[in-house]
Design a protein around this ligand. Sequence first.
Ligand code: F6R
Length: 613
Amino acid sequence: MCGIVGYIGFRDAYPIVIKGLHRLEYRGYDSAGVALLNKDEELKVYKKAGKVSDLENFVKDIDTSSTIGMGHTRWATHGAPSDRNSHPHSSGDRKLTIIHNGIIENYNSIKEALLAKGHVFLSDTDTEVLIHLVEDIQHETGLELREAVRVALNRVIGAYAIVIMSADEPNELIAARKGSPMVIGVGKGEYFIASDATPIVEYTKNVIYLNDNEIAYIRRDDLLIKNIDNTVQTPYIQKLELQLEMLEKGGYDHFMLKEIYEQPRSVRDCLRGRIYPQQGKVQLGGIKEYVEKLKNVDRIIIVACGTSWHAGLVGEYLIEEYARVPVEVEYASEFRYRNPIITEKDLVIAISQSGETADTMAAIELAKEKGATIFGICNVVGASIPRLTHAGVYTHAGPEIGVASTKAFTAQVTALTLMAFYIAQQRGTITQSKLIEYLTELNEIPTLIEKTLKTNDHVKVIADKFKDSTNCLFLGRGSSFPVALEGALKLKEISYIHAEGYPAAEMKHGPIALIDEDMPVVFIATKNSSYEKVISNIQEVRARGGHVIAIVSEGDTTVKNMADFVIEIPQTAEAFVPLLATIPLQLLSYHIAVMRGCNVDQPRNLAKSVTVE
Ligand code: F6R
């Protein structure tokens, strides 16, 4: 949610900032802006509603040379997307300017106090209030800027990652974070600041992840980090593992398509070094300290949002089936506000691609307060969630840039599969021979995903038939029900077609009323324990004139004779069907969205990491 970039050094800041904003555009893309310092050390702010490219057009004839600068790409919270609500926002005297990701919750009361003192606001944002507060503190107390920022941050409630530039301090950027991510890239005589490492990786691999309540005072040759209570912190410099090519489209038309095609690799990377099929052994280094806990755990609660929540539902089937521990899957946003009953005996698993989702973080904090052990399943290394949890497993899917989650989902399901078998192994709820059998099959899944991707041309033909639909139903049973939910979410978020996922048997309790010749119904009808039941559900749809698209096991002829279209996926154990059945659904949504002229990588109103609740 909102992307932040800053640079101070010896190079021209503007191209670095703009390139960084393009890399961060997946975080928000309704407006963008930059602040630079001109030759006369005056602050220059350029901002525009629209994409980063609109900002570039706006600025193209302006002299942008400056060796210090910062930029912002916005996902609107306070105030509609417009030029005036775009960041940076400046103080009344235009000597200070700020970019901000997050929400200042008490901005209204601060604003009222400042209005009473004569401050004039030009935007509807909470961010502008914060920079006026800093100005006001300086004016009232005569404090130097560093101190005024610290005092101001002590007065705000909410989440922020901010960068401040000042005309009076032309050799310094001030950055701070609480609840929103911020990374500082360390170069020689230069520093980079960003919401995540993607704008930084091509310049330096040395980074510092700022912690909550830390303020960084950044000069070309000096970095000082203090806590908000004024104690000096020792920065911990880490090496980035990210490669630049991971951030490029690599010849694909869209990041989403590239990421769909990366799934054999991402699932393989998630499995690497963790399974030993011949020995029937799963090894998860990240949680190995918690073996005793896993042996005795009474209940597992999975918390997540969106697609990650769908992965959690698949995890519920797997953990209950193999490890025989009761599992509850909760929307983090609901869980955090309903005084849930959690005890020290519980294990909470938080799933998040970005590792920054505000609701998931709040759910973790709550469960932690109540004494539960918290595991994370996260993709972005070093993000906030892995740092908040007691232990965890990285999914190793690599950077996911397309806003609609694809490879992150299958990697999360893979990690949950590993966790289910790992817990089962510790608790003795699975035999060694069964484990050998399952792990041998799981090891083949990346190859089977490769095979499944070959359905692409056929899926494209189906997409063309249904691209003008206004509604679509996705139905599945067992662990294919979350796959149906995920298929529906993909379609609605990138093609704007209304879609619902349902357990197939629930259809007759309501949704069946919607079925007519204009309603495509996508079934996951692979050969597993509920196959016969799903066939009956298909018949019910056919009897009402609905069009059936079915994902079936290779060689199936029964469903082929009933459905309008079938998409064959390789045979695999029931446990692994979600990893294959998801693939054609991702492709279906992708092609429909492209055919409808939608921006698949940056669907309207969405942002990749939801750092506001
Ligand atoms: C959908 C999608 C979202 C995310 C959700 C949680 O394609 O990407 O539904 O899954 O916002 O995000 P993370 O996993 O980063 O916590």
